[in-house]
Design a protein around this ligand. Structure first.
Ligand SMILES: [Zn+2]
Length: 305
């Protein structure tokens, strides 16, 4: 049986909130089978759990925000990508502020945190969402579509005009049920134009933004002294964001996601459209983990399964 997974223990870290610029404590906790991924604000009394589901999305500007009213958590996408990439079905994510810490701008520190906690299988069948027919959303020249596929295939295309993007791959595609999420995607950092960061700061956002947690570019150059981690780090990061946003389906996906110039808003629109089209998907379990179309890395250093 392909089983549900949770964490073997608790792992904690802390970092800067990208938008507030202040320190945020983060704790990952094990959770029972069938409980899903839930966020909890440890700074609020009483704290109401916020399920990581598409119908709990409160905003998609700059990042993906979950919750409602004063109970919100922003910048959930990189952590969700790490949880999706390692196939973690059930966990409680405790944060001490209204955003997940940005860490280095990628999902690699969250993969490391999950490794520290360890991964255990649970005696319950893992439920996956299998795409049965194509569902697409478009916005001008931007598009995002789910297509049937026996695996988890992601393709992402970016199309920036600025010279800094010239000569770099604008398209990334992988079957992530075959390739290692941690090696292929997790380390790709968020990026931004330096003039946009200055504009956001003037509006009270991105106060924590720096070379420590983003690749900053102007029209012509990469400004970070260390350069890029991948030649195609920009498009890889967009694919990473998509993996995180797609986990708000509430299941690991058996299917392909094809995006052109998409972002959090269109990713979320595609997820919502798919969920609202019941004849386009089904929830499936797999009696034999060996022949299941999805496989997950057993994080190095994890507790024996
Ligand atoms: Zn991102």
């Amino acid at each position: 049986m392909l089983c549900q997974r949770t964490l073997a223990g608790v792992a904690r870290t802390s970092g800067i909130g990208l938008h507030s610029g202040s320190e945020v404590h983060l704790g990952l906790h094990p959770a029972p089978a069938d409980s899903g991924i839930r966020f909890r604000r440890s700074d609020l009394r009483p704290a109401r759990d916020i399920p990581a589901r598409a119908d709990r999305v409160a905003g998609t500007r700059l990042c993906t925000t979950l919750g409602s009213g004063d109970q919100q958590v922003a910048t959930v996408e990189h952590l969700l990508a790490a949880l999706a990439g390692l196939g973690i079905d059930n966990a409680v994510v405790e944060v001490s502020a209204a955003e997940v810490p940005i860490m280095d701008g990628s999902a690699a520190p969250f993969v490391e945190l999950i490794r520290q906690a360890g991964i255990v299988e649970q005696p319950a069948a893992k439920r996956c969402l299998r795409v049965l027919r194509e569902v697409a959303v478009t916005d001008g020249d931007k598009s995002a579509a789910f297509v049937p596929f026996e695996g988890f295939h992601v393709s992402f295309t970016i199309a920036f005009e600025q010279p800094v993007f010239r000569g770099r791959a604008a398209r990334f595609e992988r079957d992530l049920s075959r390739a290692a999420f941690s090696a292929e995607l997790s380390a790709a950092r968020t990026f931004g134009f330096v003039h946009e960061v200055e504009y956001l700061r003037a509006g009270g956002l991105a106060r924590g933004g720096s070379f420590d947690n983003a690749v900053l570019v102007d029209d012509y150059r990469i400004l970070n002294p260390e350069g890029l981690r991948f030649q195609d780090e920009f498009v890889r990061h967009k694919a990473l964001d998509a993996v995180g946003d797609l986990y708000l389906l509430g299941y690991n996906l058996v299917g392909a996601f094809r995006a052109v110039k998409s972002g959090h808003t269109l990713n979320h629109a595609a997820v919502s459209r798919l969920l609202a089209t019941p004849d386009a998907w089904e929830v499936v379990t797999f009696s034999d983990a060996e022949t299941a179309p999805l496989s997950f890395e057993r994080a190095a250093g994890a507790a024996p399964l």
